[in-house]
Ligand binder design. Structure first.
Ligand SMILES: CC(C)(COP(=O)(O)OP(=O)(O)OC[C@H]1O[C@@H](n2cnc3c(N)ncnc32)[C@H](O)[C@@H]1OP(=O)(O)O)[C@@H](O)C(=O)NCCC(=O)NCCSC(=O)C[C@@](O)(CC(=O)O)C(=O)O
Ligand SMILES: [Mg+2]
Length: 292
């Protein structure tokens, strides 16, 4: 479950220290664009120490590394992989070859550190026109890939267009990523909403991302966590309905029927599939059935 993925700039110790207490499902230690080139070494040491000395219970840990055309990315991997973050996020990913290159370097570091090869996963950040066009190739490039993550700011810069709150300019990229990810049985995660003060805009943007099929969204501020978590969590009514669907389908089975009706609406296999997804989320969030 990755409803919210909170970015923590790697060079800000106060943000790294309490990252897991802010309610996000995932925290992303950033060594890339939130860190200026002359702070890269310091940030790498800080993130390494955070992974070594802090524990982040209940939070997935991701490290966002620098692009493969920089002098930094291999150093990033050598510094953090021995501390076993859950996931590495390569940046400006524009094809499957880049993922294989990162994965090969990760394997080298894993072997040297005595860690089973393949332990640390990959969540590619797709934020170029080429990356969007090659989304499926990226998703299938390596067994470590666990999802696709859209970066709207760099993507619109690459398109030479303005990023707007309405998001028409990223609509194609959003749907393309969701479709490529789901075609491979993995999930897509949406770009952050960058206006820290606009909670109404955040909620609208998050609702829209969810309606397209995204499983979660990045956030840059702890103030955004509750809204994004709420949007990506099933409501009480959705959970109650999912239980009713399961009860109804069981009753239908007893009566030898594949299709039944619940409060005047047809219930068949896709509806049952969606209901079971809601119940899985209920279990993941509440540790069991919350409403029966
Ligand atoms: C935005 C802002 C400067 C606002 O600052 P403000 O000072 O106004 O925030 P306030 O709300 O006043 O802070 C109140 C208290 O919360 C603490 N606090 C704030 N943020 C926190 C946080 N993230 N984690 C933990 N703690 C936090 C703060 O330390 C303070 O604590 P305290 O002093 O104790 O009261 C700040 O949030 C921030 O730096 N965010 C992270 C930015 C970042 O990582 N960007 C890179 C990743 S995105 C990216 O790269 C996108 C992409 O890759 C993809 C694409 O393409 O889309 C691209 O290409 O663009
Ligand atoms: Mg970016």
């Amino acid at each position: 479950m990755r409803r919210t993925m909170l970015f923590l700039p790697g060079n800000t110790p106060n943000m790294l220290i309490n990252g897991d207490t802010l309610g996000a499902d995932t925290i992303i230690f950033d060594l890339e664009d939130a860190v200026s080139p002359d702070e890269k070494d310091a940030a790498r040491i800080l993130v390494r120490n955070a992974l070594r000395y802090q524990s982040y219970p209940g939070c997935e840990t991701v490290v966002r590394i620098n692009p493969t055309d920089t002098a930094f990315w291999k150093e990033d991997l050598r510094a953090v992989i021995p501390l076993k973050p859950d996931v590495i996020m390569p940046t400006k990913v524009n094809g499957g070859a880049m993922i294989r290159e990162v994965s090969a370097c990760m394997a080298e570091v894993e072997r040297a550190a005595g860690i089973e090869e393949g332990t640390v996963k990959i969540l590619p950040l797709i934020e170029t026109a080429m990356g969007v066009e090659k989304a499926f190739e990226i998703a299938t490039a390596d067994a470590r890939v666990i999802g696709l993550f859209l970066g709207g700011e760099d993507f619109t810069a690459d398109l030479h267009c303005k990023r707007t709150k309405e998001g028409n300019e990223i609509f194609y990229a959003r749907t393309r990523l969701v479709c490529a990810a789901r075609a491979c049985g993995i999930e897509a995660y949406d770009t952050p909403f960058t206006d820290v003060e606009d909670m109404e805009g955040l909620e609208k943007d998050t609702e829209f991302a969810k309606s397209l099929g995204f499983a979660g969204k990045a956030v840059i501020s702890p103030r955004h966590v509750d809204i994004v978590n709420a949007v990506f969590s099933p409501t009480e009514a959705e959970i109650a309905y999912a239980h009713d669907v399961m009860d109804a389908i069981e009753e239908g089975k007893r009566q030898g029927k594949g299709v039944i009706s619940l409060r005047g609406k047809m219930i068949d296999a896709p509806i049952v599939k969606r209901a079971s997804q809601v119940l899985e989320m209920e279990k993941a969030i509440y540790g069991g059935a919350q409403y029966e």
